[in-house]
Design a protein around this ligand. Structure first.
Ligand code: GN1
Ligand code: MG
Length: 355
């Protein structure tokens, strides 16, 4: 690995000297490294998974364009402040935002944001509130960016019809053993199908507007400063046109889960309503009038739908013998799916109590 990292280094950081690197392992898709220079600067080197993303140059174009837009919108801040609040992409000596290595893999480099922290799970409503403000601000600041200028980096990424089609195919190809182990979750997915298509229909009919969305707003993709204030939205690979519900719901999916998304002990998995309220408050404070009443009306369904889509995708990957997500033990995807289905059950109970 060191060889290719050095090649990437030389192309992006000709003026500095390589010191050391460490792999950052929290993502499920790409390979990510923290690189430190002898000048004591830190950068994030990322190799984008070209098996998952068919158009990597398009993907990098999206995220660089959105970063530039955000830098422009926050131009009242100093450059140093902006580089802590917004991902900043380096350019190669040839003026490109990515480098293609000898294997045809694509690399991009961003400035590492130091003195920051992330959360895999949330235990403090203040984190939920700050996360809501951060992702809400992202929506607010990108509302005037024409989303049709973005490449659809994974076509149909959050399209529920498409995810059900993939699920149906996986059922046809799965082993008897895996079908048996997954039976109760397969049944549950089918039971929920009709409700889980409502938002997709509202999007497809144009009743809910398509805008710039991040599409992977799990809480670990929000950086916080050391005081716990929201700092920067990271992992912008999946930025593309979408509906606000994708971002609202995916954040709730991780913030309101009292356990990690792959916790095996399902008794630990509960939906935390206080965090739902704290997140929503922060989100709406920042989005302001960028959110319509109709969009807002469907926030609770957005939460359920985004928990569900991950339950379905993990289940599908389990039935496909784990070809998409990185797994660390046999059955990892089934554990993830079971976890998300338990979260839906808890969500239904908690929401039933408040409504
Ligand atoms: C994947 O690679 P990572 O962890 O950023 C996935 C998301 C899921 C997430 C679940 C391109 O994101 O959709 O919500 O795992 N990204 C892609 O943890 O499929
Ligand atoms: Mg991601």
């Amino acid at each position: 690995m060191i060889g290719v990292l050095r090649d990437v280094f030389d192309v992006f950081l000709a003026g500095e000297e390589f010191d050391s690197f460490a792999e950052l392992t929290s993502g499920h898709i790409n390979d990510t490294f923290l690189v430190t220079t002898k000048q004591q600067h830190k950068y994030v080197f990322q190799k984008i998974n070209k098996g998952v993303f068919p158009d990597v140059p398009g993907l990098i174009g999206n995220k660089v364009n959105i970063s530039n837009h955000l830098h422009h919108k926050l131009s009242n801040l100093t450059k140093k402040e902006r580089q802590r609040r917004i991902l900043t992409f380096l350019q190669t000596s040839g003026g490109e935002s990515f480098y293609t290595d000898q294997n045809g893999d694509f690399w991009n480099v961003t400035i590492f944001i130091d003195e920051s922290q992330t959360f895999e799970t949330v235990t403090d409503p203040e984190v939920a509130y700050e996360g809501g403000k951060l992702f809400g601000e992202f929506i607010f600041l990108t509302t005037d960016f024409d989303s049709s200028k973005l490449v659809e980096v994974i076509p149909n990424f959050h399209n529920m019809y498409f995810r059900f089609d993939q699920f149906r195919e996986s059922l046809q190809n799965a082993s008897e053993e895996r079908l048996g182990k997954a039976k109760s979750y397969i049944d549950r997915a089918n039971e929920l199908k009709k409700e889980m298509l409502i938002l997709q229909d509202l999007k497809d009919s144009g009743q809910i507007r398509t805008r710039v969305t991040h599409n992977d707003t799990k809480i670990s993709n929000a950086l916080f400063d050391l005081e716990g204030k929201g700092l920067c939205v990271i992992d912008t690979d999946t930025i593309m046109p979408g509906i606000i519900h994708y971002d609202f719901g995916d954040a709730i999916r991780t913030i309101c889960n009292t356990a990690a998304e792959d916790e095996k002990d399902l008794e630990k998995v509960e939906f935390n309503m206080d965090f739902y309220e704290a997140y929503t408050k922060g989100f709406l404070e920042k989005t302001g009038d960028a959110v319509s009443d109709l969009e807002r009306k469907y926030f609770p369904l957005a939460a359920k739908t985004m928990i569900f889509i991950m339950a379905l995708r993990f289940l599908t990957d389990y039935l496909n013998n784990d070809i998409y997500y990185k797994t660390s033990f046999p059955g990892h995807n089934l554990v993830r799916s079971a976890n998300q289905f338990k979260l839906i059950q808890s969500f239904e109970e908690v929401m039933g109590r408040v409504s």
